[in-house]
Design a protein around this ligand. Sequence first.
Ligand SMILES: [Zn+2]
Length: 213
Amino acid sequence: MTRQKNMIVNCPACLEDGSFKIYSSINTTETPEIKESIFNREIFKFSCPNCGEEILVAYNCTYTDPQNRYIVALLSDDEESDESIVKVEGYTLRIVRTINEFVEKIALIEDKIDDKVIELYKIMLEDQFEDERPGAKILGIYYGGRNFEDNSLLFFIITENAENCRAMLSMQTYNAIESQFAASAQKYADISEVNRLWAIGALQTDFGGGTEE
Ligand SMILES: [Zn+2]
């Protein structure tokens, strides 16, 4: 069910409290139009009623997509345990901690792209990028969408010196990573946090990421 509730936000600009209408849960069958407000981050935008300041506020939100059989749970607090998240039979569960990750997972579901392959690719991209530009520090790599014309996936690389770049992953390479990983995929069928840390571990154990003799 799509549910809304009020949250009190303390404005960082004027320090006044303001009321913010948030979505504690979203069901895409019931309210498909909300997807657009997720992609443009509108559902996380708090406008201070006192001074007009606009900020993005992360909050706990459970996104259920019955069509693709996915649940994405945003837990806004790092410390928060995931025990409150109930697994639903027949659904893939993903737990994320930031708005960017939340938006990215939903974009991948919409584009029917396997997020495990994406996280593995990002680590490969990180290594390659840092080899090519010693000293460059990557803050994050985000999925930027699927290009059906040249059959590729777009990525944004956010770096410390704000010299941001793009990378393209061809579907051919995507398929190659997927099939290379296929033998281990079953092992991770029940995992709910698919992120950078997961990918580093998986690359080491399943791809022998440089640890083999
Ligand atoms: Zn304010």
